[in-house]
Design a protein around this ligand. Sequence first.
Ligand SMILES: Cc1cc2nc3c(=O)[nH]c(=O)nc-3n(C[C@H](O)[C@H](O)[C@H](O)COP(=O)(O)O)c2cc1C
Length: 197
Amino acid sequence: MTATPRLLVFAGSVRSGAFSGKTADVAQKTLALQGVDVTRISLLDYTLPIYDQDLEKEEGIPQNAMKLARLIASHDGMLIATPEYNGSVPPLLKNTIDWLSRVRRDGDKALNPLAGKAVGLCSSSEGQFAGIRAISHLRAILQRCQMDVVTPECSVPRGGEAFDDKGDFRDERLRRAMARVVTALVEQAAFSARMEP
Ligand SMILES: Cc1cc2nc3c(=O)[nH]c(=O)nc-3n(C[C@H](O)[C@H](O)[C@H](O)COP(=O)(O)O)c2cc1C
């Protein structure tokens, strides 16, 4: 890892005004204040077909999945802010992870973008449960992909009221929760990067 850690941040929703997007913005700001070199992306720029094993067999891994895989590989870790759909991870995010989990090579070089990579998690919802079911599922999925998921997490309830005019959390407890996620992620990213082959 370079002296300044490089971390990627994105949300699992591309909706305009998405609470998960606003949560990702808070994460980006909090990371930047800790001296991290942050890359904030939107999954809108990495649209992918619904995963289908026949499609993969016939056409290979889509260009956008390869582009995202290379971007992840060029960072020391990432932070994902997920919404909750029907008690779980939204299809946009799950589909993106499923395609990334199929990447094994980039030309003649081995490339496994998720394995051994540090990741921090946030969730949000419009209701009081703050996406806590989705974040548990996301944790399990990413651990299955051999990612180093940090323990602290930040879950934002009542997204419609959670942010002030500057886009910061109104609730001090959420600010502290985000700071804990970010601190743990920066530490894990340094450790995971040292362990990389
Ligand atoms: C298909 C669908 C399912 C949803 N299921 C849940 C749910 O299980 N729990 C919850 O708290 N909110 C649920 N919601 C409401 C979302 O929290 C709300 O739409 C939120 O704004 C979506 O995230 P975003 O703002 O990041 O786009 C659901 C919304 C949709 C569209």
